[in-house]
Design a protein around this ligand. Sequence first.
Ligand SMILES: Nc1ncnc2c1ncn2[C@@H]1O[C@H](COP(=O)(O)OP(=O)(O)OP(=O)(O)O)[C@@H](O)[C@H]1O
Ligand SMILES: [Mg+2]
Length: 472
Amino acid sequence: MSKTKTKVLIIDDDPKVGWILSEGLSKKFEFVTARDGIEGLQMVTTENPELILLDIKMPGMTGIEVLEKLNKLEERPEVIMVSGHGDTKYVVDSIRLGAAEFVNKPFDVQEVEIHINGVLERSKLRKEVTQLRGELEAKSLHGGFIGDSGAMNKVKEIIEQVADAELTVLIRGESGTGKEIVARSLHQQSSRKNKQFVKVNCAAIPRDLLEAELFGYEKGAFTGAHKTKQGRFEIADKGTMFLDEIGDMPLELQSKLLQVLEQQEFVRVGGIHNIKVDVRIICATNRNLEEAISEKVFRDDLFYRLNEITLFLPPLRERDGDIPLLVSHFVEKYNEQYDREFGSFSADVTDLLTRFAWPGNVRQLENMIKQVVVRGEESIIVDLIRSGSGSLAIPTVSAKSQRVESSESGAVSDSYSLKEKIGSIVAREEKSLIGEVLHKTNWNRRRAAELLEISYRSLLYKIKDYKLNSIE
Ligand SMILES: Nc1ncnc2c1ncn2[C@@H]1O[C@H](COP(=O)(O)OP(=O)(O)OP(=O)(O)O)[C@@H](O)[C@H]1O
Ligand SMILES: [Mg+2]
């Protein structure tokens, strides 16, 4: 039996490109063509090509704009840019946007074949490496899920208890708290672990494509549906479906999802037959679903059905003792990934890392550690925190935290001393938090001290020290 041919989508306003390639390479590849960017983008979903040959200069949307749109998809095919004379200035943009290769017009058919094969080969290798890395992480306890604080141990305990129960789990928590990693961990510890874990980000897929993506469609269901396509629910059969950002699921799709949850069956777009699936559903959101229900953008019956078990992931600032563990985990991970030998952080920086509020949670911490490891300079953490903190950061101020010398008006000093820089950042954040809490409590100092978890005397001292007053 002959092997199915790799599908290649050509997006080019010049029809000759398609003719020439089909004539020379149709034994090896199946070519489909689009004459402009808009048609091309639609065909990415309907045709599911493995690779795209994308012309740079086209009327309407340029190849660069098409590439930008493709990058918004959760997964996109590999892209080879086809450039004519004088397009070289776009080469840099295309590289930045992740194009895999370039072909110059006029091209030689054999040269295009070599490029296509090379890109597909590299993409296959990359996927294998990612999968192997994922499997390795999954094998380690809780899939590389680090944390030994009371809050995180509780989360791990619940994961173990419910992983194998056929219950729908709703994972809630601020952005970057690890909702996806928990979903994967639930799958890994369930008896479905050898089947697919399928992730769909409801916020990332355009509304009108989401239904077809989840439930599939029949040939002819809509313009461009040239053949029947399986949806993600079918792919997830016997496995786990992770619906990320469920709070963003359009209302009209929510009833269809409810039906899957209740009857484990659905109908493809444009279809008439019920399709039965056996899928375990895990959802995540950082939206307030109760609010969405009262705003009538989320169905309450769906909420109760999704909510059989709710797992709340606490923000990083509430996980006592986890930051140093995460820091060493990420240092080790990125040392290995980027072949670096970064050692450990100095006591001052460690102190800053543990006292910073991390509004972007574990993801923000991970990104910063990655940059430090790659550049090999711990002092950049100070600038990273300074630039990333803005007004979002709410530092933890505990009774244990030491008072730090503040510079004039709490501004960050220009000195190069690491200790001084850290001190001034902490002071600035501390001043802003105390101001905020005093404002919230209407300057009730006793209540404010309670909320800040510091003594009343110490609050009075800080108010004086930071020159805070109630008119501010
Ligand atoms: N406990 C943890 N141990 C190790 N790595 C973690 C942990 N929690 C989160 N991470 C890492 O932090 C990053 C963000 O985690 P994840 O994507 O699961 O967050 P999320 O809650 O889904 O965020 P969002 O709401 O923004 O989608 C990932 O790279 C993940 O591997
Ligand atoms: Mg997520």
